[in-house]
Design a protein around this ligand. Sequence first.
Ligand code: AMP
Ligand code: GLY
Length: 421
Amino acid sequence: MNILVLGSGAREHAILTALAGPSITLHCAPGNAGTAAVATNHPLDLESPAAAIDLARQLNTDLTVVGPELPLSVGVVDRFQEADLPIVGPTAAAARLETSKAWAKEFMARHRVPTARFVVADTEADALTAARSESLGWPLVVKADGLAAGKGVVLASDPGEADATIRDMMSLGRFGAAGARVVLEECLTGPEVSFFVLTDGERTMAIGTAQDHKRVFDDDRGPNTGGMGAFSPSPLIDEAMAARVTAEIVRPVIDGMRAEGHPYRGFLYCGLMLTARGPKVIEFNARLGDPETQVLLPLGEPLLPLLQGVAAGSLPSRDAIRSERKRVGVVVASGGYPGEFASGKRIAGLDDAAALPDVRVFHAGTKFSNRDVVSAGGRVLTVVGEGTTFRDAMARAYAGVDAIRFDGAFARSDIGTKALE
Ligand code: AMP
Ligand code: GLY
């Protein structure tokens, strides 16, 4: 059986690792130096659904799994479905839950999904008027509508900052077309958790929870990044809370998508804030998270039959998959990230780290240079430690991090401490 995973990060490396098995041939496009150890890498422009179809046909692929949002946003799933090729992921219309924050908010309002109060503004004048009306309070959350790599959200503390942010997004084009529309939101408070669901458009399965660490430095200081680490499961989501999230958020979303004519199939990442008035949606992602996937997988049962069920519209009806194992994943990044950083640094200690008990090393920005593995991106690796307690998982993850060396490498030293509290 031939399986193709689209993407090139540690998330995709973790997905491939969870899919590996006897009589399964894995392919990755475009992949990295880590995915090359479990799969065959193939060059691919992720913005081209036609190129992905050509590759899937050429490889006789039985199933394609989409990692990142970019191919979803350009309709790779639509094209595969038209060509009758099995694929896991939502269509472009369904992926609007992630690709348009305005669309997602209006959808949630139509289906009474709990989320922050909001105003969508299509013009700068409307946005400025709404911000000055003070109806959403301060600080005011200003979000660019489209994909902005997690950087399109600003918490404006007063009207002056709100005005400047709106101008920056809408007339100065700081996020390009993504900022042509903005969403203004009331600011919610509470801990943030990620809740992961697998769905075939009708049946849903809660597959786990995680908490991530977005800021670059310890104690959540410094600029936002794609994610410097994560742990799973979230101790804040017990059985009762999971049932509540499923009933109040997941069910109305999946039923609403189907009722509106664009059923949602694939992974759904619900970014939630646990407020004093219950769980509320901060954002949806139409895919698994990175680095959350590296601590979410493997699930308590084999992934492949579940993904085949999603692609075929026959996901087994089962409620949740619970894993008793605790995992902590620490991102090792290039010095300077998320700003300017150097690449091409030779990475030592990968085998030593991977040989440690209950440690896994997933590659993100890596590539081969002759026979060496060298850095090739901001986030270079995710080192995951597993154990029966978070304390053990953390100790193992950091033992792995300590074994790895490259020029300028750095990691946060406090990933997982929130789970100990
Ligand atoms: P998003 O890209 O929508 O997930 O937003 C990025 C981050 O901004 C979130 O992880 C939250 O920390 C914060 N954020 C977004 N929306 C809100 C909100 N309505 N209230 C408070 N914080 C928010
Ligand atoms: N770690 C957040 C994301 O994957 O969007």
